[in-house]
Design a protein around this ligand. Structure first.
Ligand SMILES: Nc1nc2c(ncn2[C@@H]2O[C@H](COP(=O)(O)OP(=O)(O)OP(=O)(O)O)[C@@H](O)[C@H]2O)c(=O)[nH]1
Length: 822
């Protein structure tokens, strides 16, 4: 049987999920929302709690009142968790009652020493009090400590149905006797004899459990009594202290619903000197929990900063899946009509009732068609699409490829196809401008077959729709096809969980601060949600839909514009809603710090230099390659040869080929797909070059096809030799010679140009002729070894394995530098 979720239990017990959730959190269970699952023990505890609640009216158990509202004293009661606790509780109650009924009972003395609990008895037994206190505590030290112990249990986790009557009575007595709320002390007396019997049995068990802490407890309680500690309105303790190592008294106080000072005091009594802010170790926390009479459980630390993981987990959640609208991106060649199509859709199919209400464009919008919703990303072009992918956000479900019927397949059409195919999104072809005189839709269809886009009529599986974006022809048919495709894809999300998704765009607004357009991919987002977005964090202060209308919640596939973030995130960043603001802040700050320390992109870019290692790590089965060349013939020749290379089951996968210079789009695609770009007789544009440098994209330029193939093959076999270039860094003029028997010839001189470093290579030049090349043996300033000597400074040096240095020689220092991409 699977674990029960909160909402399921709620349904079963016929109470609200929130009530269960609150109770579970109060008990310290690790649950986040109604979807959280419960362990069997946790489930049982909750069942007991709620079935007790349910029986309130019939049993008349007075426990319930302590359950229903916060306890008024340290005796605050909470339903017991297990058998042992019940026993403890029962006994403690009985011990208590006994003190009321039996004036000669030594426990009176102990009651006297006890905290407010004992006041209930004391009032009733004022006559007994002095007698009983005289009955030496020393005789009954262990007895009294047991009772103390049990009282602490009693205080914290008392009644259950088994002894509910007793408890009800004794509690009543406790409360009544406290003097704060009045009430009769006698109300419980009728059950005392039964309590006494229980008590005797249970005392024995208690003995063992409590022995360890008894003396300390006794001391604490005595101290409290002496001071006449006022009763505090403490909330009930949780049944389990769920802690993390390193928590301090303040943290624990929050979980235990106790003042930090009380925790510090307790620790002190347990022999641990710590202030409220000092971190505590595992043992101390566990002892503390035991002293409170509750279990302790270490919380497994989750890396809150790893929002990608959280995002993945949220995405994988298969509960409560409901259909969600498809997210569509429009791509195509320049001027083929992408913007016209987007505009047409935006104006003709916006949500009913909101017509004319468009106040702003937020990078995405939704259209209604046949009472279904479709989300369009309002950023036409594959560059934006691939940039998002490069940042890890695969948010597009369907790509609309717009091809003008009068122009046919053009370079950016092909790029768009490759970008969409690399992202593995299905393509619907919109053959546009069919109204134009020169339109030839069939020709477009024919051309596209070359790229694997074959119409259904011709035996393929690509949907083609012939449209006129300008005149709105067949737009409804296109929307039909989008809905059909999305139905096939069974796009689903769980609206019942925390929201998670991606940033579409973000900016800094002078008035509003950071403004981000987010696409919700999972869950439902609410205003006020604590959120981490990329490396920023905050709380969703305001949320608007694409028409600038304030909304309070947003479902999956909805684009929203939010404010309230600490900084401006980047397009493609992921966001995740957290349980609480503190964790969101911690995660956001951690992420910002990590981002500073580590350049995200340099981590996993594949270059020919690291190709072999990456392959060895088993991360790759295919080496993605983009080929750009001067003529189509070279593109094909190179592509065919590369495809034939096969090394250890890894093969070359050509994701894009084209004629022309290597452009920014190529680099973006390479980065998003972890591909290597090969340029044959072409060069990168300056922008592409700087983007490639920035993104660590490997561009290899060749003039001979054989070299290109050779290089890739060598890289795949791990035999690629890096190429180095010599760089002269400085010159030294030799002005003196010293001979030392142990070290050989020492040259004294001056750096006349640049500098010389300890690890530089040297070349000895005499009368413009190189007489020796080698390594430095030592480099000194006066008597000290140094790493570097700059121009204008004197030095002493030796050359490794070479002594024939003469005054007037010039020593050239140089280093070998790896050649960067041209
Ligand atoms: N006749 C006709 N013209 C169209 C149609 N669709 C677009 N156009 C025209 O084609 C031109 C280019 O359209 P855009 O929508 O700007 O094309 P685009 O693909 O967004 O272009 P870029 O944003 O530059 O990439 C405009 O003058 C449009 O009016 C159509 O269906 N029929």
């Amino acid at each position: 049987m699977g674990k029960k979720r909160i909402y399921e239990l709620a349904k079963e017990l016929n109470v609200s999920s929130k009530a269960i959730l609150d109770k579970a959190q109060e008990k310290g269970f690790d649950v986040k929302n109604h979807m959280s699952s419960l362990g069997s023990n946790e489930e049982r505890q909750l069942r007991e709690t709620f079935s007790n609640k349910g029986s309130k009216t019939t049993t008349g158990n007075k426990n319930q009142s302590s359950q229903a509202k916060p306890a008024h004293s340290t005796q605050s009661a909470k339903p017991a968790q297990n058998h042992d606790h019940r026993q403890n509780t029962g006994s403690s109650q009985t011990a208590h009652n006994r003190s009321q009924s039996d004036s000669s009972n030594h426990s009176n003395g102990q009651n006297h020493a006890n905290v407010s609990h004992s006041q209930s008895s004391n009032r009733n037994q004022s006559a007994n009090h002095s007698q009983s206190t005289n009955r030496g505590q020393s005789n009954n030290r262990s007895q009294s400590s047991n009772n103390n112990r049990s009282q602490s249990n009693n205080n914290n986790r008392s009644q259950n149905s088994n002894h509910s009557q007793n408890n009800g009575n004794s509690n009543n007595a406790n409360r009544g006797g406290s003097g704060r709320f009045g009430g009769s002390l006698n109300s419980g007396n009728g059950h005392n004899s039964r309590n006494n019997r229980n008590n005797r049995n249970n005392n024995r068990r208690r003995n063992n459990f409590a022995k360890k802490y008894s003396k300390k407890n006794q001391r604490i309680k005595e101290t409290n009594h002496q001071k006449g500690a006022p009763e505090r309105k403490n909330k009930a303790l949780p049944d389990t202290l769920v802690y993390q190592v390193g928590m301090n008294a303040q943290d624990l106080g929050k979980i235990l619903h106790r003042e930090p000072a009380e925790i510090v005091k307790k620790l002190f009594m347990l022999g641990v000197m710590a202030n409220q802010n000092q971190s505590l170790d595992k043992d101390t926390i566990e002892i503390l929990a035991a002293d409170y009479g509750i279990d302790a459980k270490e919380k497994v630390e989750v890396d809150v900063a790893d929002i990608d993981k959280t995002f993945e987990e949220e995405s994988k959640n298969t509960d409560h899946l409901e259909s969600r609208p498809p997210v569509v991106t429009i791509m195509g060649h320049v001027d083929h009509g992408k913007t016209t199509l987007l505009d047409h859709l935006r104006h003709s199919h916006i949500t009913a009732g909101e017509a004319g209400g468009i106040t702003q464009a937020i990078g995405a919008y939704q259209v209604k068609h046949k009472s279904k919703t479709i989300t369009f990303l309002d950023t036409p072009g594959h560059a934006a699409f691939t940039e998002m992918r490069a940042r890890g956000a695969d948010i597009t479900d369907i790509t609309i490829l717009v091809v003008a019927a009068d122009d046919g397949v053009m370079p950016q059409t092909i790029e768009a196809i490759h970008h969409a195919q690399a992202a593995k999104t299905p393509i619907i072809v919109a053959v546009n401008k069919i109204d134009k005189p020169g339109a030839n839709p069939n020709h477009v269809m024919e051309q596209l077959t070359e790229y694997g886009l074959i119409p259904e009529d011709w035996g393929g599986d690509t949907i083609f729709v012939q449209i006129s974006a300008k005149f709105g022809k067949n737009i409804d048919e296109l929307l039909d096809m989008i809905l059909l495709q999305s139905e096939v894809m069974e796009l689903k999300a769980n609206p019942q969980q925390h929201a998670a998704g991606s940033v579409i765009e973000a900016k800094l607004d002078q008035g509003k601060g950071s403004v981000a357009t987010l696409l919700i991919q999972q869950g439902t987002m609410h205003t006020g949600d604590p959120i981490v977005v990329g490396n920023t964090f905050g709380k969703v202060r305001t949320m608007e839909n694409e028409n600038g209308k304030e909304i309070k919640k947003a479902l999956p596939s909805t684009p929203v514009e939010i404010t309230g973030l600490s900084d401006v995130p980047e397009a493609g960043d992921r966001f995740v809603v957290f349980d609480d603001e503190k964790t969101a802040r911690a995660a956001g700050e951690e992420r910002a710090k990590n981002a500073l320390m580590e350049e995200r992109r340099s981590k996993n870019t594949v270059t020919l230099d690291n190709l072999f290692d990456t392959m060895k790590e088993g991360e790759m089965k295919e080496v993605d390659v983009i080929i750009k060349a001067d003529v189509q013939g070279s593109v094909e020749a190179l592509a065919n040869s590369l495809k034939k290379i096969e090394v250890e089951g890894v093969r070359v996968n050509i994701i894009h080929t084209a004629v022309g210079a290597i452009n920014e789009s190529d680099v973006t695609l390479a980065e998003a797909s972890n591909a290597i770009i090969i340029g044959f007789n072409v060069r990168p544009t300056p922008q592409a070059k700087s983007q490639a440098d920035q993104d660590n994209v490997d561009i290899r330029l060749h003039r001979v096809i054989y070299n290109a193939i050779d290089e890739i093959e060598h890289a795949m076999k791990g035999k690629l030799e890096p190429t180095y270039k010599e760089e002269v860094i400085g010159e030294v003029e030799v002005r003196d010679i010293f001979k030392a028997s142990k070290v050989g010839t020492i040259a004294g001189g001056m750096v006349t140009d640049g500098h010389i470093s300890r690890d530089s290579k040297v070349r000895l030049i005499r009368d413009s002729v190189v007489v020796y090349e080698g390594e430095l043996g030592s480099l000194k300033r006066f008597k000290d070894d140094v790493n570097d000597v700059k121009q204008g400074h004197e030095l002493g040096l030796t050359i490794e394995n070479y002594n024939d240095i003469k005054v007037g020689d010039v020593i050239e220092a140089y280093v070998m530098k790896e050649i960067p991409i041209e």
